[in-house]
Design a protein around this ligand. Sequence first.
Ligand code: BEZ
Length: 179
Amino acid sequence: MLGRKVPAVTFRTRVRDEAVGGSNPFRWEDVSSDDYFAGKRVVLFSLPGAFTPTCSTFQLPDFEKLTADFRAEGVDEIYCISVNDAFVMNAWGKSQSLENVKLIPDGSGEFTRKMGMLVAKDNLGFGMRSWRYAAVVNNGVVEQWFEEEGYSDNCDSDPYGVSSPQNILETLKSQKLAA
Ligand code: BEZ
C-alpha cells in the first residue's frame, strides 16, 4: 500500500441541518475521498464494526484522547472508517462524545474493498467488513501502513496492536528522533 493513492469514492454521510426542521433534522451529504484527504496529513484507522467491544473500549477512545499528541507529530486529522452506514456511525460517535476523531461511513464497503482490506465476517453474522489497519495518509497518498497480522476471512480473533494509536504515535515519534 505504501505510496499508493487512496481510492476515489463518494461517502454518503448524514449531517445535521436545522433547515430540515422536525425532530430529526438530518440530510444526506456526499463527501469524496478528495474532500477527506486532499492537502492534509491524516491518520486513518479502520475496524470491524461500530459498537464492537475493542473498538469502543480502546481503539476509538484512545485515538480521541491522544489527538493532541498526534497533532504534535504533524497530523491534521484523525479518521475512523468502518463498513457501517452513516446512521450507525453517527450514533456511535454520539455515544462516544467524540470531539476530535471524524467518523467515515463506508456503508457499501467500496473504499475498504478497493484498499484490499475487505474480509468476510459471516462467522459473526456481520457479512463483509474491514480488516483492522491504520495508515498515515499524506495528501491522499499512503505514507505509512499499519496492518494487523493474519488478514483472513472469518477469522476467529481480531488482532489489535499494530494499528493502535499508541503504536502509531511511538512510530511517528521515533521517526522524528531519527530524522
Ligand atoms: C471487537 O471487540 O472489536 C470485536 C468484537 C467482535 C467482532 C469484531 C470486533
